[in-house]
Design a protein. Structure first.
Length: 435
């Protein structure tokens, strides 16, 4: 059989000459975002979305009761109630497959069956990790963008780079589309305005990873000085984004705006101010290796390690634990070029920042599995289907996962309950931006 009869993708692995009779494991990405998620099982027969409800607390009372009101059946007490908030977890199915001809694979240099299984497993793991990453950043980058086009004259509409975080507000704990009857407060440049609408562009031109470019509508005219390209646009309920050298927007970052210890300390202080629980005593920071090594150029970091060049940190060129934070390098951190500057984003997370829902019926079948082999690995179903072709040679090796990721809000944890709490809807993580 000539090699030309094989699919082009398989031709390089067929032995010709004296190739080694084994596959060499290729490079693969370091992952980690999925590990931050709290896992929940979604029962069957509940639909494609699950709405979760969190209860809040009641504000402390420090005023003494008036003895003269201690009469009648209520004893002078007025009943109060606690607040609630809701978030929605949507389920989708993800998967992929690869075919294998069990007869013709015999001329290859190694068994493709095991390699296919391994490659499918790596792909599934990386796919779920990216879903977790995207869910985190979609929420924690929301409500924090910049003006895209300078206004020619004062106007009630402003074009922005990303409308995520401006499209909804929470009304009585329920996610509600922004409208004239459900408004939010935003800061544009130096001015404070009332947001009444957010409309996505017909053609998305956002430069932010997974961003949605669009137009914000305000109740009053925005001045030209505020509506100038590059000015920051921040919702009053936006999560914390801490940029190097306190830059107002991502477009303001320049090549010398590097990650510093002060940024990390600010993130930790923000999480502690919201009383976000740690994970085994530490907050977890996900970032790429270049971002992590920027700490070695920080003056405070150098001062901390002065005279300690024999330490593990300097010998290995790697920071593992510092400032109450566990640094977890990953190759899946967002990469972005903006006006020639490499924008790097780390995210510092506490417990409960992300929820993963695994569908209970993944891998389930009402009939016997005599025609396939199914294995459940970390919530993912690995399926090997028997040959169905006329010669019974071609098997299918597949994987699928049914579930979703959700980022819960903590709007009920307000200053009445936690005096140091921020006004952010999402309080359990902080994004760090630098060049």
């Amino acid at each position: 059989m000539g090699i030309q009869n094989f699919p082009a993708a398989l031709q390089p692995i067929i032995q010709q000459g004296f190739l080694e009779r084994e596959f060499q494991t290729g490079l693969q990405s370091r992952i980690g975002f999925r590990a931050i998620a709290d896992r929940e099982e979604i029962p069957n027969k509940v639909g494609e979305t699950v709405t979760k409800t969190r209860n809040g607390l009641k504000a402390p009372t420090t005023a003494p009761l008036n003895p003269s009101n201690n009469t009648n059946l209520d004893n002078g007490l007025t009943p109060s109630s606690w607040t609630v908030e809701q978030y929605t977890l949507s389920m989708n199915m993800y998967g992929d497959s690869i075919d294998l001809n069990m007869v013709t694979q015999g001329v290859g240099i190694a068994s493709q069956f095991m390699v296919n299984a391994q490659v499918n497993g790596v792909q599934a793991n990386q796919s779920l990790d990216r879903l977790a990453r995207d869910a985190l950043f979609n929420s924690y980058l929301g409500g924090n963008t910049r003006v895209k086009t300078t206004l020619g004259a004062p106007a009630t509409t402003v074009a922005v780079d990303d409308i995520r975080g401006f499209q909804h507000v929470l009304v009585n704990g329920v996610k509600t589309p922004i409208s004239p009857s459900a408004t939010n407060t935003v800061t544009i440049g130096a001015g404070v305005y009332t947001l009444t609408g957010a409309t996505a562009d017909g053609s998305n031109t956002s430069t932010t990873p997974n961003g949605i470019s669009g137009t914000l509508t305000l109740s009053a005219n925005v001045s030209v000085s505020d509506g100038t390209t590059g000015n920051g646009v921040v919702a009053a309920t936006a999560p914390s984004v801490i940029r190097a050298n306190s830059k107002a927007s991502t477009s303001g970052l320049i090549a010398t705006d590097l990650l510093t210890m002060q940024q990390v300390l600010n993130a930790v202080a923000q999480l502690r101010a919201n009383n976000v629980p740690t994970i085994n005593g530490k907050y977890h920071c996900y970032l790429d290796d270049y971002h992590l090594l920027e700490l070695f150029q920080d003056g405070d970091f150098k001062l901390l390690y002065r005279g300690a060049y024999g330490s593990e940190t300097y010998r290995n060129g790697q920071v593992i634990e510092l400032l109450g934070v566990l640094f977890i390098p990953t190759n899946e951190a967002y990469q972005q070029k903006l006006s020639g500057v490499s924008v790097r984003r780390a995210i510092v997370c506490g417990q409960g920042a992300l929820i993963e829902g695994d569908f209970a019926s993944t891998g389930y079948s009402e009939i016997g599995d005599g025609d396939s082999i199914k294995s459940m690995v970390d919530g993912v179903c690995m399926v090997t289907r028997e040959p169905l072709d006329r010669l019974q040679q071609i098997i299918a090796q597949s994987w699928y996962w049914i579930g979703g990721f959700a980022v819960p809000t903590d709007v009920t944890a307000n200053t009445n309950i936690i005096p140091t709490a921020s006004n952010s809807y999402f309080k359990r993580a902080v994004v760090l931006e630098s060049a």
